[in-house]
Design a protein around this ligand. Structure first.
Ligand SMILES: [Zn+2]
Length: 110
């Protein structure tokens, strides 16, 4: 059983790929597989907890990456140190915290 967090990370990957294919298209190249990407995105989004998805979409409207990893207690979106107490809950319970500095959603890498 995949967690919302894993799904959300995959969703962001897909969104970035979709964005990239738009960029390539703008350069005048023919993009294949775009439909498949959109379909995969739709399928994946269906499985994600609605409030969580809404939070993600809101952030994605202003940031390229809404979800960033935390490594050694550092938010890799803005490099602010996160309270150590969050680490255990982020790692073990996959609780999704928001960085108080940049507002991105966080997930723990280690
Ligand atoms: Zn941050």
């Amino acid at each position: 059983m995949k967690s919302d967090l894993v799904r959300l990370v995959s969703l962001q990957d897909l969104d970035l790929m979709i964005e990239e294919s738009h960029e390539v298209e703008k350069l005048g190249f023919n993009v294949t597989g775009y439909e498949e990407l959109m379909k995969a995105r739709e399928e994946l989004a269906k499985g994600i907890n609605k409030p969580l998805l809404a939070r993600y979409e809101r952030l994605r409207a202003k940031l390229k990456r809404a979800l960033v990893p935390v490594k050694n207690d550092i938010c890799l979106g803005c490099f602010l140190r996160q309270p150590t107490s969050r680490g255990a809950r982020g790692r073990e319970d996959e609780q999704i915290f928001t960085c108080e500095n940049c507002g991105r959603m966080l997930y723990w890498l280690d």
